[in-house]
Structures are given as C-alpha cells and as structure tokens.
Design a protein around this ligand. Structure first.
Ligand SMILES: [Zn+2]
Ligand SMILES: [Zn+2]
Length: 333
C-alpha cells in the first residue's frame, strides 16, 4: 500500500512540477504557444515555481536570450563554454551575463503581470531566496499535513524535474548525443532519454527550428507528454490558439527532403549546403516571414531551384523544400 501511494505521489508530483516548467514557464510564458485562462496559467506556472525554478520573469528572460544567442557568445548556458557551466554554473553568473535592464527588455509582456513582478524582476539573490524559501515552506506543509510518503515522493520527483531543464540546456546542445532533424545554426539535438524525463523538452533541435510550435516531438516515436496535455486542455476548452504545424512531417517526408540529418548519416554523406533556420528568433512567425523574404529574393542558397521533388539535383533544392514545407506550415494564430 505504501508502495502504491509512493508511486502515485511521485507521478502526480512529477507531472505537476514537470508540466509547470515545460507547459507553464516554457511553452506558455516564453513562447506563447497557446493561451489559457489566467487562473489556469497561475496554477500551471506554480508547478514550476514550487520546483525551485525561480521567478518566471527571470526564467523567461534567460530562455529568450538563449534562443537569440544559441551556442554563440552571449548564450547564457551553452556547453561550448563548458559542460558544468551549461549544467549548473550559469545560474550563479546570470547577473554578469544579463543586466537587469536587458532582462526586463526581454519580457515586456510579463512585466504587465503584477503577481509575476512580485516574485522578482531581476537577477538579485533575493528573488532566488524568495523562491527557495517558498519551496521549502511548501514541502514542510506537505510533510506536516500528509506525512512522509508524499513528502519523499515529491522530493524525488522535484529533484528529477529540477535537473531536467539543465540536461536540456547541456546534453541537448552536445554533439555526441542524439540526432538532428533540422539544420539550425546551433548545436541543438533531439535526445530521447532527456525528452522522457523532461516531459518532451528533449526534442530540442525541433524546438530550436520552430520555437513557437506547441509540439516539440514531431515524429511518431518522439513522445511529448506536454503536447498531449495541451491537446487535452484544448479538447476541454481550456486551451486556445495552439500553435502547431498544419501538416506533420513523416519519416518519409524527412528522408525525401533530406531533413533528417543524424550525425552518422552526415558523416557518411558530407554536409551539403543547406538553408539554415535563423535561430536568433523566438517567434516562428518572424522566422517564416524572413524565409519568405529570402525566397522572394532568390534566397542565399536555394535560388533558382524548384521545391525539390526528389530529382536528386542537390541539397539546396532539398533544403528549400524543407524550409518551405516545414517552417511555413506552422500556423501562428
Ligand atoms: Zn537550446
Ligand atoms: Zn524555448
């Protein structure tokens, strides 16, 4: 009986905190991949806050900066600056990497929210201390009211959830892990085991290619429980304006258009010129408009080709097909 209770509390805690980070902090607040009622937004985001994620404004400001500078100078947590730095070191130097003024410029939308402002609008130790204190008090209340089993199960789930975005930041940007579906300008990868413990966020290369898309796992084996939850909320009438592709790429599409480029394949077939997706954008609508403008001008690498219907003419036309099919198919409502 204790074992069953433990497992149930673990799963409930894992989903509450995990979705708080992935659905709340990430897809809802940072990328605006969907809309939910305000009361539900606070409930979802509370799961992330109560898992030591810090103030939502800080988290979102850091993550938007990551998308703008991925794996370049200025990326707050790229493993090109060291694995330990990407895993946890960056947390202690954010004040040097992003001034409070820069942080606030990243989040004009969240600065309108008084509750989020109360939780912190800068990288000061006080906002981290406030989050830490509230998280500890919440767990002590859990222990006092419900006892050891829920307390321990929650503590273990919280530990896993706390480290899962750090694994996304580090492992999912390292060349010797996972595979790449998209030729983004960074080193982002899709890594199955990170996706499993991070509620679907490990399909990170796809996320960098189409940041606003609510769905990160695009292929049939890419399990994305956060997106499944979004679909359930939508069915219940609690989520609207979900940003998603009109047409899902299939394995056949990807092989036909040359979009799947796992590293082993890349080694067998030397990299071909490819149309890269600008990754300094966190808005897929902006990415799509830039790609359209480039196509209208003949494009930097795709000009003069058709849309690459498998005539073997070369990667440029194949990449062109990839860009138009997959980027422009994202609907931004
Ligand atoms: Zn990333
Ligand atoms: Zn993101």
């Amino acid at each position: 009986m204790i074992a069953v209770s433990f497992v149930l509390w673990f799963l409930a805690s894992f989903l509450y905190h995990g979705l708080g980070v992935t659905l709340g902090y990430h897809r809802l607040l940072t990328h605006k991949s969907l809309k939910v009622p305000t009361w539900l937004k606070y409930i979802i985001v509370s799961g992330g806050y109560l898992c030591f994620m810090g103030a939502p404004i800080n988290w979102v400001g850091v993550h938007r900066l990551h998308h703008q500078k991925s794996d370049q100078d200025g990326d707050p947590h790229s493993p090109v600056h060291g694995f330990k730095h990407a895993l946890y070191g960056w947390m202690f130097t954010m004040g040097e990497r992003q001034s409070n003024e820069e942080l606030q410029k990243q989040v004009p939308d969240l600065l309108q929210d008084k509750l989020f402002c109360l939780l912190g609008t800068d990288h000061s130790p006080s906002q981290a201390g406030l989050c830490f204190t509230i998280c500890i008090v919440a767990r002590l209340i859990l222990l006092a009211v419900l006892g050891w089993v829920p307390f321990v199960a929650n503590a273990i789930a919280s530990f896993v959830v706390f480290w899962s975005p750090q694994l996304v930041n580090s492992i999912c940007h390292m060349q010797n892990h996972g595979y790449r579906l998209w030729k983004t300008r960074d080193e982002s990868r899709n890594v199955w085991w990170v996706a499993l413990i991070s509620c679907g966020e490990g399909w990170h290369n796809t996320h960098h290619a189409v940041p606003r898309c609510a769905r990160h796992g695009m292929l049939w084996w890419e399990f994305d429980i956060t997106y499944i939850t979004i679909c359930i909320l939508e069915k219940l009438g609690l989520a609207t304006d979900v940003v998603r592709p009109q047409k899902m790429p299939t394995v056949q599409d990807i092989h036909r258009h040359g979009a799947v480029v796992p590293e082993t394949l890349e080694e067998q077939h030397p990299p071909k010129p490819a149309h890269t997706v600008p990754n300094n954008l966190w808005n897929a609508a902006e990415a799509a408009s830039i790609l359209k403008a480039e196509h209208a001008q003949g494009g930097s690498c795709c000009g003069g080709h058709g849309n690459g219907n498998g005539n073997g003419k070369g990667a440029a036309s194949l990449s062109h097909a990839k860009s138009t099919v997959e980027i422009e198919s994202v609907t931004v409502k």
